[in-house]
Design a protein around this ligand. Structure first.
Ligand SMILES: *Cc1c(COP(=O)(O)O)cnc(C)c1O
Length: 494
């Protein structure tokens, strides 16, 4: 059976999951969805009797059925191997009376590794032997860039170029990127802001003259954005695997419902939880946790999505987002596949900056999703309390979710808080939350101080950066980014 994907905005043109993964976004600007989602479920009994890797094969095989079983097996083996610092890949650990799903044991210490270790392999298989070469171009405010670099490094037929704003990422995040080895990687700091980088990357994607020159050499540009089906599908795995771990620990009986609380930005992570539910996972509630950029909390409360608001820079920067792209997929499913509705809502968002969903759609969404928010002060307080009372050190993104979870009335279910980054990735803010001064301290000084204060150990993926050789020292103006991409293509592919 082949599951076909089509745009959230039109059901006309269907593509296979391989084509959807290579294309990233549909030609009409919509996101790829499959109407078969949930027709074929994932067996709980099977999931509870096996580990992460087998479940990854099962989940991916269900969502991406045009991949052969052997193809997926080798992707899973490569993506979730020794680059993870625990064989469990995404272990569940106690968090007081709740549970913590630790998604940060990958090579870059953020949950994006779960998807970005897999996506390059899925792309590589999808392009098959046709000789097409793909250059991934990404702008990053910190986390995504390194996860994309690590995922695509040395993957045959692909290259990756990452731009970050000069002087505006943390010490550790910068070192993670500039020490990245690999023959097919390119990293450049840009004099400007993250928005400048992002804006110019969008322009590069729409530069037809550049596309033509690259096509002449068999090269196409693509993005590793979280709207890609190949990033979404791998994230479904850990919802099932977490459930299996709870069953193994006798914390839940098979079939009993569980609640997940998810720190949310672009709505990819929590949407994967919704996919898991559609595939048969017993989920009571999915809780959307926002920081001060609480556009989703307002939407889930009122039914109006309104991006016309101030942007807040917070200590959970990976959630500083005003347009949560993946929400479009939920609107599609919650409206029972109403492409016309989705299309008109997205047009309203683009033109006026807001839209309101019909009541029936909001009711459907609210039958599964709850929400809450935490500002920076609440986030810091939660980091402190969680350390003092539970002996668990959490990062600011995770703390947003923990705060929201704590504020919810208990519903009798076991509750899982998704932990999306290692606290050592955000040493300075975590130290500050624990009451320590960090003035004038660089990333490594903060790392040492956090180890001393808590008696915990920084992940080797981060402490090892001390010995890392700086391999990328390019700095350019925004106007030069296109030329940088073109020369990177020439260097990598020709
Ligand atoms: C990207 C990111 C998030 C938000 O994930 P979405 O899928 O965009 O909702 C949360 N926490 C961390 C640490 C991240 O890097």
């Amino acid at each position: 059976m082949t599951t076909f994907y089509h745009s959230t905005r039109s059901a006309g043109d269907s593509v296979t999951s391989k084509q959807a993964i290579l294309a990233g976004i549909a030609p009409d600007g919509g996101l790829y969805v499959s109407d078969a989602l949930g027709e074929k479920g994932v067996s709980l009994e099977t999931v509870c009797a096996q580990g992460f890797h087998d479940t990854a094969r099962l989940v991916l095989g269900t969502l991406l059925p045009d991949y052969a079983a052997e193809e997926l097996a080798s992707c899973v083996e490569g993506a979730y191997g020794s680059q993870w610092d625990t064989p469990a890949v995404c272990p569940v650990t106690p968090l007081g009376t709740d549970w913590l799903l630790e998604l940060y044991h990958g090579p870059t210490c953020a949950f994006k590794d779960v998807a970005l270790q897999m996506l390059p392999r899925l792309m590589s298989v999808a392009r098959g032997g046709d000789g097409r070469k793909i250059m991934i171009v990404t702008a990053t405010s910190g986390d995504t860039g390194k996860a994309a670099l690590d995922g695509f490094a040395n993957v045959a037929g692909t290259g990756v170029a990452v731009f970050y704003p000069h002087g505006k990422v943390s010490d550790i995040q910068r070192l993670q990127m500039v020490t990245q080895p690999g023959d097919n990687v390119a990293v450049c700091a840009v004099r400007g802001t993250f928005d400048d980088c992002q804006g110019e990357v969008k322009r590069i994607f729409s530069d037809e003259a550049l596309a033509e020159r690259l096509a002449g050499n068999g090269v196409a540009l693509s993005s590793a954005n979280s709207i890609n089906v190949g990033r979404l599908a791998p994230q479904v795995t850990y919802y099932f695997d977490a459930y299996a771990q709870l069953v193994c620990r006798d914390a839940v009986r098979m079939g009993e419902e569980v609640t997940f609380c998810v720190p949310t930005g672009n709505f990819g992570d929590v949407l994967a939880g919704y996919f898991a539910k559609r595939l048969g996972l017993p989920v009571r509630r999915l809780v959307v946790a926002s920081n001060a950029n609480d556009v989703l909390t307002d939407f889930l409360t009122t039914g109006t999505y309104d991006r016309r608001r101030d942007f807040h820079k917070t200590i959970s920067p990976s959630m500083d987002i005003l347009v949560s792209s993946n929400l479009e997929r939920l609107l599609y499913y919650a409206s029972d596949g109403d492409c016309e509705l989705v299309s008109s809502l997205m047009a309203q968002l683009a033109e006026k900056g807001f839209y309101t969903v019909p009541e029936a759609v909001l009711d459907e969404i609210r039958s599964t999703f709850s929400c809450g928010r935490a500002d920076d002060a609440q986030t810091r307080r939660t980091i402190l309390d969680t350390w003092r009372e539970l002996d668990v050190l959490i990062d600011p993104h995770t703390a947003v979710a923990k705060h929201v979870l704590d504020a919810l009335p208990a519903d009798g279910t076991e509750r899982v808080c998704l932990s999306t980054a290692s606290p050592y990735k955000f040493c300075s803010d975590v130290l500050g939350a624990l009451g320590e001064a960090t003035d004038g301290m660089n990333g490594f000084a903060c790392m040492d101080a956090l180890e001393r204060l808590t008696g915990t150990v920084a992940p080797a993926q981060l402490s090892g950066l001390r010995e890392g050789e700086v391999l990328h020292d390019d700095v350019c103006d925004r106007e030069r980014m296109g030329a940088f991409v073109e020369s990177a293509c020439a260097r990598v592919f020709l």
